[in-house]
Design a protein around this ligand. Structure first.
Ligand code: HEM
Length: 128
């Protein structure tokens, strides 16, 4: 049997695209997150689709257009507090529910995002 990447296992481009759209709908309405994101999330969503595609083992779309992700560095201009990391993950979990992503593939993907989100924290709670 051929190896299937997590990208293929969750349903490829279509599911990533729906997931990211559901995610940013929630980000736009989240009181802790909306203030640090651009009003128009079109470009942010486009980059996130590219990023998550390669994060899950699909084609390296993000790197092809933007170079090395350097995610932590790219987040340094924004105050990422523990509260915001928690909010980000809550939006993602709800987005996963909305697109019907479930089972071990969802759990593995989510657990990886928990680690990455914690790695993005660059500001202690009391600095905002
Ligand atoms: C960009 C916030 C976690 C992936 C951004 C931007 C903000 C942000 C404000 C800039 C949006 C823009 O100007 O277009 C946060 C917060 C997080 C978080 C509050 C909470 C921990 C993550 C995680 C990932 C991620 C866990 C990946 C799994 C990205 C990507 C971009 C981005 C790919 C676009 C970078 C670029 O400009 O090329 N994030 N982020 N972020 N974030 Fe996050």
């Amino acid at each position: 049997e051929q190896f299937q990447s997590p990208y293929e296992a969750i349903g490829g481009e279509k599911v990533i695209s729906m997931l990211v759209d559901e995610f940013y709908k929630r980000v736009a309405n989240h009181p802790d997150l909306a203030p640090i994101f651009p009003k128009d999330l079109t470009e942010t969503a486009r980059k996130q689709k590219q990023f998550l595609t390669q994060y899950l083992g699909g084609p390296p779309l993000y790197t092809a257009e933007h170079g090395h992700p350097m995610l932590r560095a790219r987040h340094l201009p924004f105050a990422i507090t523990p509260t915001r990391a928690k909010a980000w993950l809550a939006c993602m979990s709800e987005a996963m529910d909305a697109v019907g992503l479930q089972g071990p593939i969802r759990d593995e993907f989510y657990q990886r995002l928990v680690l990455t989100a914690h790695h993005m924290i660059n500001t202690p709670e009391d600095e905002i």
